[in-house]
Design a protein around this ligand. Structure first.
Ligand code: SDX
Length: 438
């Protein structure tokens, strides 16, 4: 069935639960696409029971109109538009506008939005001093968590989340300043001077220039590399209620300021099971090193007693090929050709590892396919970034999705502080025993 055929009206039906002899009817709500949801908001009040779903594999945490994923069909839509069409035809800020406001911008709306973002790409000059507090070998993600969280100390006029204008200002500042802060983190680790943004460059070209330009010579931005950067940003911009987006929503539900919420999202994205997988995937491919060592690693990935996992493979939602991975693989070839590394041995290992894994019963049975992180590491290395910058680039792009989801949550009249419960299996009540008697 096509996506279009799968669109349905908002009809509902009911589920019933029989518990301790009592029947409880639960409303079932239907979205426009994807699985229905059983509304359990009254379950605890009616049954004195919680549901139990560690990892939230069967839990919808919210209603959203932003991004739709069909894991079985390998479909990813931003506000209804297929990711491959956006990656092919859009600029990153055009995609950002779509995610933030729900529609593709007209030429006039796009120019106004682009100009607004451009005007906020500089950071407060005093923020430069933050960096000198870090060791030069600090992981750039550690710097991003710290510096982004500190933005609320500099921009007091955009932290009152009850004021729609301040929410909009914070959103613009966050999206505009992330590339600048990320480039500063890279320059600081390289021991090079910071490079200021230039207003006559687009988002992706500006970022590449802030990372790779040096004061002693002019910097020409390569159009092929800029197109690849733009596409990589678009692919990483949003992804439904993933771990870091859920972190941003939960932080935002307490009323924390938007800069603090994005800093929390960056911290969560850093994990190797999530956004840190692109760095881990390249490190793994470099450790494999040659095609003849692939069977050894495939065996380790299948060994229950070995914690090793094939980084860049598998996904909580995609049980088919991650649609972003296909576009990333194509981009990878384009960048390697552009930089003259088309025979990069690491790519040969990646392609052969993918071929072997996709024909192996273990991976087929567990529906483990390459995800977006499998090819992104090779591409980003070819673009000239060190591995510890890979997740930073992911965070730049995902800031748009985090902001869009945060705004949607804040604007939801039903929104309340997120506060899950638990299944308690600890000790029952007992009296204190003085230390001398223990
Ligand atoms: C991202 O959520 C998102 O949308 C995330 C993301 C986004 O855009 O925000 O798409 C970005 O984070 C992509 C995922 C990047 N992570 C990795 O590439 C790390 C390697 N992948 C795995 O750690 C794992 O696949 C996860 C974390 C991605 C998903 O984990 P799940 O859904 O909890 O699945 P699981 O760990 O329960 O695995 C199911 C089975 C297990 O075997 P059994 O216990 O059932 O026998 O599959 C096995 C796992 O051992 N398995 C793997 C594997 N991934 C899962 N075995 C070997 N190698 C792997 N990569």
């Amino acid at each position: 069935m096509s996506v279009a055929e799968d669109i349905r009206s908002g009809e509902t039906d009911e589920a019933s639960l029989t518990l301790r002899g009592a029947r409880h009817d639960l409303p079932v709500r239907r979205g426009t696409l994807g699985p229905d949801v059983i509304d359990i908001t009254s379950l605890y009040q009616d049954t004195d029971c919680f549901t139990y779903d560690p990892g939230f594999t069967s839990t919808a945490s919210c209603e959203s109109k932003i991004t739709y994923i069909d894991g079985d069909k390998g479909i990813l839509l931003y506000r209804g538009y297929p990711i491959d069409q956006l990656a092919e035809h859009c600029t990153f800020l055009e995609t950002a506008y779509l995610l933030l406001y729900g529609e593709l911008p007209t030429a006039e709306q796009y120019e106004a939005f682009k100009d607004r973002i451009t005007r906020h790409t500089m950071v407060h000059e005093q923020m430069n001093r933050f960096f000198t507090g870090f060791r030069r070998d600090a992981h750039p993600m550690a710097i991003m968590v710290g510096v982004v969280g500190a933005l609320s100390a500099f921009y007091h006029d955009s932290i009152d989340i009850r004021d729609p204008e301040q929410r909009e200002m914070a959103s613009v500042r966050m999206i505009a300043k992330m590339p600048t802060i990320a480039a500063m983190a890279y320059k600081y680790s390289a021991g090079q001077p910071f490079v200021y943004p230039k207003n006559d460059l687009d988002y992706s070209a500006n970022f590449l220039r802030m990372c790779f330009a040096v004061p002693c010579e002019e910097f020409e931005v390569d159009p092929v590399l800029t197109r690849a950067m733009r596409r990589i940003f678009i692919l990483h911009a949003d992804h439904e209620q993933n771990a870091s987006t859920s972190t941003v929503r939960l932080a935002g539900s307490s009323g924390a300021n938007p800069f603090a919420c994005i800093s929390a999202g960056i911290a969560c994205l850093w994990g190797p099971a999530h956004g840190g997988a692109n760095e881990a995937a390249l490190t793994m491919l470099q450790e494999v090193g040659t095609v003849d060592r692939i069977p050894e690693y495939i065996q380790r990935a299948k060994d229950k007693n070995d914690p090793f996992r094939l980084m860049g493979f598998g996904h909580r939602v995609y049980k088919n090929y991650d649609p972003r991975a296909k576009i990333m693989q194509k981009t990878c070839h384009e960048v390697l050709d552009a930089v003259g590394h088309h025979d990069d041995p690491i790519l040969k290992v990646a392609l052969e590892l993918e071929r072997i894994a996709l024909s192996d019963d273990y991976f087929i049975q567990k529906k483990l396919y390459p995800n977006i992180d499998f090819y992104s590491g090779i591409t980003l290395k070819a673009l000239g970034f060190p591995t510890d910058m890979f997740t930073v680039l992911f965070a730049i792009a995902r800031t748009v999705g985090w902001i869009a989801q945060w705004k949607e949550m804040i604007g939801d009249p039903l929104q309340r502080i997120g506060r899950p419960r638990q299944l308690y299996t600890g000790p029952t009540e007992r009296a204190y025993v003085p230390m001398k008697d223990r």
